[in-house]
Write a protein that binds this ligand. Structure first.
Ligand SMILES: Cc1cc2nc3c(=O)[nH]c(=O)nc-3n(C[C@H](O)[C@H](O)[C@H](O)COP(=O)(O)OP(=O)(O)OC[C@H]3O[C@@H](n4cnc5c(N)ncnc54)[C@H](O)[C@@H]3O)c2cc1C
Length: 401
């Protein structure tokens, strides 16, 4: 057996030994324990540098682990943002001290991370953010508000982008910081979404003192730092590594249609064919990105294609499952029916719209693909050279400041 096959076999054996416990691993504390075990066994941070706690292996080993993990539902949800976005940003542009301090505990699940970019007045146009950080002796003092922050109620640290110079155009006066979420000036309030759960939060910062060595990247270079995080985010979401809640695969939908005798109905056939094509396009595109990653190429802006394909597939498969199940899709007592799981469908129906927003909306993905992948003319940006202080954005709309 070659080394890669041996690695995959070891992963498969390790996972099946524990398979029974995945169903019972509930709660963040248990998930943390699982991550520590995963790290000790050599399966967390497979491609991450060894000197910071990773395994120092290649993309081939990472794929082998994902193959071995197929069919297991691993309790990794609390770590999605840290593993997919914050950690890779720290490894790319963090200082040596930051990498040595933060990456290993992140990979072991000892410290959970969130990403604080969006604000009530700055989502798609995140460069319009108003949370500010002002230099005061040996620290930056942060005041302001963030919103839609996934998982913040469980987090120990987060990456924040804040305005550090309002006198220059909006993209040039932003800085990224590591924030200790346990600081008494940080207030996290969970927001209930339509799944009935609290996936995300609003966060308030009141005179939070952030030491100078918590700046990530350059002071006022936070836009480049944020773009680094967002590129990682789209690849992480798009490849499904951040976790998704698909209602059903094409196969399960087709089985249900067959059970109902609906495969002769042209509109059902057309819907199923469309999903089949979407699923194939998504799998083939991601297979291509994996091959390129093996050759050392980062997808860059093309990560937005995966993200857009997955958001459409998630929405359309939830809608198709609901059509096939009819009212059963909304019945919490209905467990499964002809290849479809009614509870999973109900969950996917309420979760799917969020996929078209989180990590950048479908419209923004299309803009990025148009401008940065296809080379189409850029959207006009009349505010690009105007000092942030003079823009009518967020609360500045009302006050003129
Ligand atoms: C499930 C979920 C998890 C999230 N997690 C996080 C997180 O962890 N951290 C974080 O910082 N944020 C998070 N977000 C927030 C997310 O990034 C924003 O919701 C998103 O960027 C859109 O911003 P907005 O909600 O302010 O909408 P807006 O930016 O106000 O957009 C409103 C509408 O206008 C459209 N639009 C805006 N600008 C353009 C344009 N230039 N061209 C065409 N159409 C445009 C949008 O597509 C959208 O349809 C999360 C959101 C969701 C749903």
């Amino acid at each position: 057996m070659d080394e890669l096959a041996e690695f995959q076999e070891r992963a498969r054996a390790w996972l099946s030994e524990r398979s029974a416990s995945f169903e019972t691993v509930s709660g963040v504390a248990k998930a943390r324990e699982f991550m520590a075990e995963l790290h000790d066994a050599g399966f967390s941070g497979i491609t991450w540098p060894k000197e910071y706690g990773g395994q120092g292996l290649g993309v081939a080993e990472e794929r082998a682990f994902h193959k071995a993990a197929e069919g297991h539902s691993l309790p990794l949800a609390p770590f999605g943002i840290g593993l997919g976005m914050c950690g890779p940003t720290l490894v790319s542009i963090g200082t040596e001290e930051q990498k040595r301090r933060y990456v290993r505990p992140l990979l072991r699940g000892e410290e959970i991370w969130c990403q604080m970019f969006s604000e009530p007045g700055a989502g798609s146009d995140v460069a319009s953010l108003q949370t500010k950080a002002v230099l005061d002796g040996d620290a930056w003092v942060v005041n302001g508000q963030k919103v839609w922050t996934t998982g913040a109620q469980f987090c120990d640290y987060g990456l924040l982008v804040a305005r550090t110079d309002p006198d220059v155009p909006k993209h040039r006066g932003i800085t990224m910081f590591v924030i200790d979420m346990h600081d008494p000036g940080v207030t996290v309030r969970p927001l209930r979404d339509m799944t009935g759960l609290s996936h995300f939060n609003e966060i308030f910062f009141d005179d939070v003192r952030v030491p100078l060595d918590q700046v990530v990247g350059e002071v006022n270079g936070g836009w480049q730092a944020a773009v680094t995080t967002l590129l990682h985010e789209r690849v992480s979401i798009g490849t499904g590594r951040a976790g998704t809640q698909r209602a059903a695969s094409f196969e399960a939908l087709a089985e249900r249609a067959r059970a109902e005798g609906l495969t002769g109905d042209p509109s059902v056939r057309e819907g199923l064919l469309d999903l089949y094509l979407q699923e194939r396009a998504f799998d083939l595109f991601n297979a291509r990105l994996s091959q390129e990653a093996k050759a050392g190429l980062h997808p860059g802006a093309r990560g937005s294609i995966s993200k857009l394909l997955l958001a459409r597939l998630t929405l359309d498969s939830a809608a198709a499952a609901a059509d096939l199940l009819g009212p059963l899709a909304y019945d919490p007592l209905e467990e499964s029916s002809g290849g479809l799981d009614a509870e999973a469908t109900a969950r996917a129906l309420t979760w799917a719209p969020g996929m078209a927003l989180g990590g950048g909306t479908n419209e923004i993905m299309r803009n990025i693909i148009g401008e940065r992948v296809l080379g189409l003319p850029r959207e006009p940006q009349v505010d690009r050279e105007i000092p942030f202080r003079d823009l009518k954005v967020g609360t500045q709309k009302e006050t003129g400041r």
